[in-house]
Ligand binder design. Structure first.
Ligand SMILES: Nc1ncnc2c1ncn2[C@@H]1O[C@H](COP(=O)(O)OP(=O)(O)OP(=O)(O)O)[C@@H](O)[C@H]1O
Ligand SMILES: [Mg+2]
Length: 257
């Protein structure tokens, strides 16, 4: 079978799984999905991941955001994995440059959106690694290629675990969040920079921090500004849920001291 045939078969399979998992998705226009997510270069990248033994199978979609869609897949060892695919068509990448500029891990600024997306993916992967190495519970990063990241699946496939926004949260979740933001800052040297109740899973009794693409090194010129915003978001959320998170300023002081 030549490459052209393989690409066509893969796209048919994805369309079928999109149809089968329709109940899970907000976006109902299949052609749009194929154009926005599975453009030719993305299909080739998925094939490359499969051929290279980094992914066995791609199943249905789990969730979609503005810039990325997350799919449920299987690793070569048949473990469930989350496959996060950034849409090449997304034009929102310009606003991300500020989270890349100022990060001394990445030299030259990207000159087009394809480069920006690839850099963002690498940054998200590295951030997950740094966090994991510091002992912070995040989805285990498995591999990345171009606009795709493969990581540990959190939840019972095909459903993702609920986020704090969808779950009941208690004082322990509140304390965990403070401890985790502090550990992220002090041990991993990172600020999440997009922290909210939508980016923490509550999986059974376990909390899992995710969506680390925005995270910056503490040396980033806006690191403290982002940290303060993260803390305010979480304090506001826990207050709304009737918990006592304490004062945002006091949190900030405790973390950076
Ligand atoms: N490791 C994972 N395991 C299971 N589901 C996941 C995983 N990562 C992401 N998801 C699902 O995909 C959704 C979006 O993931 P994420 O927040 O990383 O992407 P995003 O681009 O920030 O999307 P959004 O703009 O909607 O926040 C999550 O809310 C969750 O439902
Ligand atoms: Mg998110």
């Amino acid at each position: 079978m030549d490459a052209e045939d393989e690409t066509r078969k893969l796209s048919e399979r994805i369309l079928r799984s999109e149809r089968d998992s329709r109940y899970l998705r907000r976006d109902s226009d299949q052609r749009k999905v194929m154009e926005e997510v599975f453009d030719r270069s993305t299909l080739l990248s998925i094939e490359e991941l499969i051929r290279g033994g980094r992914l066995k199978k791609l199943n249905g979609v789990v969730n979609s955001g503005k810039e990325a869609r997350v799919y449920y897949g299987l690793s070569p060892r048949e473990d469930p994995v989350a496959v996060k695919i950034y849409m090449m068509s997304s034009s929102d990448f310009k606003k991300r440059v500020g989270y890349i500029a100022g990060d001394r891990r990445f030299g030259k600024l990207p000159s087009n959106s394809r480069e920006a997306i690839a850099l963002w993916v690498r940054k998200e992967f590295k951030n997950l690694q740094l966090a994991a190495w510091a002992g912070i519970r995040v989805p285990r990063p498995l591999s990345f290629f171009k606009n795709i990241i493969i990581m540990e699946y959190i939840g019972e496939p095909p459903r993702p675990a609920p986020t704090f926004a969808e779950a009941e949260v208690d004082q322990e979740d509140c304390d965990w969040t403070l401890r985790t933001v502090q550990k992220l800052y002090k041990s991993a040297g990172l600020v999440h920079a997009d922290l909210s109740e939508y980016n923490i899973f509550k999986h059974g009794s376990e909390q899992v921090l995710f969506d680390m693409g925005s995270a910056v090194l503490v040396s980033h010129p806006q690191a403290e500004e982002f940290l303060e915003r993260d803390i305010r978001n979480m304090v506001r959320f826990f207050r709304k849920r009737g918990l006592a998170p304490g004062d945002a300023g006091a949190w900030l002081g405790k973390i950076v001291k």
